[in-house]
Each structure stands twice: as structure tokens, then as C-alpha cells.
Design a protein around this ligand. Structure first.
Ligand SMILES: Nc1nc2c(ncn2[C@@H]2O[C@H](COP(=O)(O)OP(=O)(O)OP(=O)(O)O)[C@@H](O)[C@H]2O)c(=O)[nH]1
Length: 315
């Protein structure tokens, strides 16, 4: 199987891992957000770190461990509906080796497993405190994570389940929706619990090119910073590697392919994503119908993110 060498090279060219280009994906609001989060730690009983279940090992921000690691910590691996969890036991084993013991898989759109969050939190907090908490004392929990993993969705899901209330936190398919820092939102009456929503914060240095590509596929980095074509190429490489061939039938390809151009051409023609271009011939200009490659790449990414190309584990 072809390695996505083109995609990886293009990714490298777009991002400078030496640091010159960092500002484009570590914007000012992230640095400010992390600072504010550190300042508010005193008031916080526990941290919920939300991450994408499709990338349980990569892309987590090491700054969270360094800066915020002094509080009890629950790792919520969200979007479990999109992840291939066939080898869940192995995932948990490896995370435990990395020192992560409190882990919960959730789907915040369908409220799956979200009811387990409060008992886990209260247990963690009571185990971490030497003195007995008075019953009426409120809990203040900080929700952290890289962009677009579902931090706001978790808060909204808890409010639905425990308060029968609607959205308090804005949700969006684009990263960077939550920019207002540390909004305090009630999620439960008994026990009285507030969650602090925080802006998604990426690590200023992403550990590897592939980790960056995985974050981008999961929507943690804005598409235009990486380029839809490059991401589509990496997605195709991943789907083929995992023998996840549902794209073949969906787009009428006949057989799996590792040639992104021909796949995107097929997608574009199948979905009518074409445009007229003028071609200069010996007898003058001729209008021809050409595939709209960027539109086809966007379509492939959108379909993948909705889970319509099957469940995957990118790590
Ligand atoms: N399939 C699926 N989609 C989810 C789940 N949780 C959240 N989403 C979607 O993921 C996208 C991002 O959700 P948000 O809750 O806005 O994520 P966030 O982490 O608060 O994002 P930032 O504000 O950018 O940091 C939205 O389109 C949600 O509908 C889930 O469990 N499954």
C-alpha cells in the first residue's frame, strides 16, 4: 500500500515544526485561554479532559498534564459512535500504562454513558480530599481539551440529563467555537455541580506530522490551515490501511484505490461537483466539464466526520 508520502510532505511544508508558523494554529486566544485556566485552578475540584475516541493516544495537549495535573482527572473519550472500539480493552490497557486510570467513553449527541460522569467525579473528588465534604458544598469542575472534541456538547448533554434544560454552551462543527473563557454552567442540582467550559487549546508543538493529520481529520485544526486535498489524501490512506472500503461502493469506484486524484474525480462526478473550464485548443477556446477537486475533498471529509464511511480508529 502506498504511503501517503505526498500528504505528509505537503503537511510538513504547510507547518513549520521549528516554530516559525506556530501562530496560525496556536492563535492568541489559546495561549490566553491556557493562562486563564491555570489562574482558575484554585477554585476547581476536578478536571474533565475531553478527547476524541478516534485518537485515544495522540493529539492530547501535554500542556494540560504539566499545567493542570495537580487536580483529579477524568479522561472522557467522546464521539465513541464514530470510533472503532473493537480493541477497547487494549486501548484502556495502554492508557493505564500512561498513567490514565479514570476513563469513560461517551457519545454526547445521544447522551450515551454521560450519566456515569457525576458518580465518577464525586468518587474521584472524595478520594482526593482528606477531609469529608459537607453535603451542600458545590462542585466546580473544569472541562478541558483540544478544539472540537465535544466539550460544550458534554456540558449540554449533562444539563439535558440532570436538569432537563437545553443548550447553555454553543456547539459547532468548526473548531474554536468556545472562545469566551471559563463560562460557569450548572449541570446538576444534587449534587450541586458547575462545569467551567474552556476554549479548545492545542499544543504549541504537535508531536508528529501524523498526529497533526489525525487532529485535522477529527476537526481540531481548521481545514483551510492544512488544506482539504491533503487531508483527503491522508484519509484515503487511513481507510485503505484499515481495510475500511465502504467508500468504494458509495462513490461507485469498482475497487479500492490509493490514488486520491482518481478517487476525488469519481466523487466529484458522482455528486455533480463539477465546473466549466475554458481549454485553449488549436481552433479556439472550448468549454469542458472538469471535476471540482476541492469540493470533492470537502465532501469526503464531511462524510467521514459524520461516520458515514464507517467507524475508525486513527491511532
Ligand atoms: N458523532 C458525534 N458528534 C459529536 C459528539 N459530541 C460532539 N459532537 C459534534 O462535534 C462538534 C464539536 O462539538 P463541540 O461541543 O462544539 O466541541 P468543543 O470541544 O466544545 O469545541 P471548541 O469550542 O472548538 O473547543 C459538533 O458538531 C458536535 O455536534 C459525539 O459524541 N458524537
Amino acid at each position: 500500500m502506498r504511503l501517503a508520502a505526498g500528504a505528509l510532505r505537503a503537511w510538513r511544508e504547510r507547518f513549520d515544526f521549528g516554530g516559525r508558523n506556530v501562530a496560525s494554529w496556536f492563535p492568541g486566544h489559546m495561549a490566553k485561554g491556557l493562562r486563564r485556566m491555570k489562574e482558575s485552578l484554585r477554585k476547581v475540584d476536578c478536571l474533565i479532559e475531553v478527547h476524541d475516541a478516534r485518537i485515544p493516544f495522540s493529539g492530547r495537549n501535554p500542556a494540560f498534564q504539566e499545567a493542570l495535573g495537580i487536580r483529579p482527572h477524568l479522561l472522557v473519550l467522546n464521539k465513541m459512535d464514530l470510533a472503532d472500539l473493537t480493541h477497547k480493552a487494549k486501548i484502556l490497557e495502554r492508557l493505564e500504562q500512561e498513567g490514565l486510570k479514570n476513563i469513560l467513553f461517551t457519545n454526547c449527541v445521544k447522551d450515551e454513558n454521560v450519566k456515569k460522569v457525576i458518580p465518577l467525579i464525586t468518587d474521584l473528588v472524595s478520594r482526593s480530599q482528606r477531609y469529608q465534604r459537607a453535603e451542600n458544598v458545590e462542585y466546580c469542575i473544569m472541562v478541558i481539551g483540544v478544539p472540537n472534541v465535544g466539550k460544550s456538547s458534554l456540558i449540554n448533554s449533562m444539563r439535558r440529563l440532570h436538569l432537563k434544560k437545553g443548550k447553555a454552551s454553543r456547539v459547532g462543527s468548526e473548531p474554536g467555537i468556545t472562545k469566551a473563557v471559563l463560562t460557569r454552567i450548572q449541570v446538576s442540582e444534587r449534587p450541586l455541580m458547575y462545569l467551567l467550559d474552556t476554549p479548545g487549546v492545542l499544543a504549541p508543538r504537535i508531536e508528529s506530522v501524523e498526529a497533526g493529520m489525525k487532529l485535522a481529520l477529527c476537526g481540531a485544526i481548521r481545514d483551510h490551515l492544512v488544506g482539504e486535498g491533503v487531508m483527503a489524501d491522508y484519509l484515503l490512506y487511513t481507510l485503505n490501511k484499515q481495510q475500511q472500503f465502504s467508500y468504494v461502493e458509495r462513490y461507485g469506484l469498482g475497487e479500492p484505490s490509493d490514488d486520491i486524484e482518481s478517487v476525488l474525480k469519481r466523487v466529484a462526478l458522482k455528486l455533480g461537483k463539477t465546473h466549466k473550464v475554458k481549454v485553449l485548443t488549436g481552433t479556439g477556446d472550448v468549454n469542458v466539464i472538469a471535476p471540482d477537486y476541492p469540493a470533492a475533498a470537502y465532501e469526503l471529509l464531511r462524510t467521514f466526520r459524520k461516520g458515514e464511511l464507517g467507524q475508525v480508529l486513527l491511532d
